[in-house]
Design a protein. Structure first.
Length: 287
């Protein structure tokens, strides 16, 4: 089990189907997707379809994909849901979410264990296949500055020419560096095994990531070290604009769901840059 798997196995973040907070978050996602579907003009073309193909990337337990599937079923639309993550044990929990939502017989589900940076190698035959892609649950910090380029190119490859990417994320530059102040030592929260500590252990300027060491207290039981990129919303939106023709952000102050961060929306992949363009490693990272 790698560091990321150990960290998420602690169930500190609300995404487990048996967690009451996660269940409330699930319902918030159902509500916000319906709000966007009915009110945002990016959905104008997609709203004419009776069936929507959705790919939930870095999906975890599939909480977002299942919630959006529930929203679509409520609108009379048939969802086909593909979930992708490197942790298959988490992905299997999507079936619990669908049962809780009472839509398990109304959604076609596919689970794929894969890395978002190389997804087109796994799904090479699905160019221009999906209507909607999701990166939900503030997953962007796990992608460094170069990885995000690969992620956008893979998503663009898989989406239809009028497809949408929805990304839930907060502004970590403003939140972490200004509102909170960057912390060398931080307690993330309480787990069944103890308090989870998050400790600064370095910075990789080539990839734009902070190295954070995670351990359990008392005793400093090692979880492992992770590279984290503190993205700002403008940075995510502007980089995505290279791959998509239009971009918008719906902040929490507009959608008013307290358990959901801002939603960055990308529409109409340009299709001019493909994953193969970014397959090689640039000289800077080879040094």
């Amino acid at each position: 089990m790698n560091s990321l798997e150990k960290l998420y196995a602690l169930n500190l973040w609300p995404m487990d189907p048996e967690d009451p907070v996660a269940i409330k978050r699930f319902e918030d996602i159902v509500s916000i997707f319906r709000y966007l579907y009915e009110n945002h003009d990016f959905f104008e073309e997609i709203s004419k379809l009776n069936t929507l193909r959705i790919i939930d990337l870095m999906a975890g337990t599939g909480i977002a994909g299942a919630a959006i599937a529930k929203s679509l079923v409520g609108l009379g639309i048939t969802p086909e849901l593909t979930l992708v993550d490197i942790r298959r044990s988490d992905l299997e929990k999507v079936y619990q979410w669908l049962r809780k939502a009472r839509i398990e017989d109304k959604v076609k589900v596919e689970i794929i264990e894969s890395d978002i940076r190389e997804l087109y190698l796994t799904l090479e035959d699905r160019k221009d296949y999906y209507d909607i892609a999701l990166i939900w649950g503030s997953s962007a910090p796990h992608l460094n500055a170069w990885d995000m380029v690969k992620a956008y190119s893979n998503i663009s490859y898989l989406l239809k020419p009028n497809g949408l990417l929805l990304m839930e994320e907060g502004d970590r530059v403003y939140g972490t560096f200004y509102l909170m102040g960057y912390k060398d030592f931080l307690i993330e929260g309480e787990t069944k095994e103890g308090k989870l500590a998050n400790i600064h252990s370095g910075y990789d300027w080539k990839r734009g990531v902070f190295k954070r060491y995670f351990c359990l207290l008392p005793g400093f039981k090692e979880i492992g070290e992770l590279d984290l990129r503190y993205w700002d919303l403008a940075g995510l939106a502007s980089l995505g604009w290279v791959f998509f023709k239009d971009v918008d952000i719906v902040p929490r102050s507009i959608h008013r769901q307290q358990r959901v961060a801002s939603v960055v929306l990308f529409k109409d992949p340009r299709k001019k840059l493909v994953p193969d363009d970014f397959f090689s490693t640039p000289k800077l990272l080879r040094k």
